[in-house]
Design a protein around this ligand. Structure first.
Ligand code: PEP
Length: 250
């Protein structure tokens, strides 16, 4: 199975010309990484143009966030339907930076259901803000998972990607330890099994939070994950090239 690497460019870069350059650099690196599936989630404003200009099969495109309603009075929003029409086949949903801006579990639940209905792959982001000594974070992760998947039938689990991103490791200096990710992956799988039985095992699990070329190999070898959600290191072509080459070797 190929390793999935999702590039969340966040609010970078600043111009379409720079975005095209970053796509060009990413394309070269992605073409060399035969064992890796690459998804780019650029800022929504660049999505259509980048998708239209991309000549190749290796990279798929995603939206970093979108609204569940397909139309209406939602000033400043982009709908999942519009994102899909602009070329996004993936949707990052419930990213910690969106949750911090007020996105609720109910919003996440609706978005996951709409993305699936549009035949997009939802990347359901979950993760605790902090960890206490008595493991309260596990209850929160379980709650986020259950809420996000509340409208997803068992048969659709193979179309879902769960991105575990502990908030304390996003935009930080260090990633979580692979051993801790391994434990979390077991917990996520157990939760999915409890809800869905065996079909729950079909969901892919990714890790996200301060991943770069130095920590990606051990995370993939020891973290029990099928891929990575990468923020800052994906918005720089040279860094992302090093990362993809490290993932390919791992
Ligand atoms: C992210 O935005 O999902 C993320 C993991 O960011 P970073 O890699 O910069 O920590």
């Amino acid at each position: 199975m190929k390793t999935l690497v999702i590039a969340n460019w966040k609010m970078n870069p600043q111009t379409l010309a720079e975005a095209k350059k970053l796509l060009e650099g990413t394309k070269k690196a992605a073409d060399k990484a035969k064992g890796v599936t690459v998804v780019i989630a650029p800022p929504a404003i660049f999505l259509h143009e980048l998708r239209a200009s991309y000549r190749g099969k290796k990279i798929s495109f995603g939206i970093q966030n979108a609204h569940a309603e397909s139309a209406g009075s939602y000033t400043g929003e982009t709908s999942l339907t519009q994102a899909h029409a602009a070329g996004a086949s993936w949707a990052i949903i419930g990213h910690a930076e969106r949750r911090a801006m007020g996105e609720t579990d109910l919003d996440v639940r609706k978005k996951v259901a709409v993305a699936l209905a549009l035949k997009m792959t939802p990347v359901l982001c979950i993760g605790e803000k902090t960890r206490g000594p008595s493991g309260e974070h596990l209850a929160l992760v379980k709650e986020q998972l259950k809420a996000g998947l509340a409208d997803v039938p068992a048969a659709k689990l193979s179309k879902i990607v769960i991105a575990y991103e502990p908030v304390w490791a996003i935009g930080a200096t260090e990633a979580m330890k692979p051993h801790d990710m391994h434990e979390m992956a077991i917990f996520i799988r157990k939760t999915l099994f409890d809800i869905y039985g065996k079909p729950g095992m079909a969901a892919k699990i990714l890790y996200g939070g301060s991943i770069d070329e130095t920590n990606a190999p051990s995370m993939l070898r020891e973290g029990d994950v099928q891929g990575l959600l990468v923020g800052r290191a994906s918005a720089d072509a040279a860094r992302f090239t090093r990362l993809l080459s490290a993932v390919e070797k791992a």
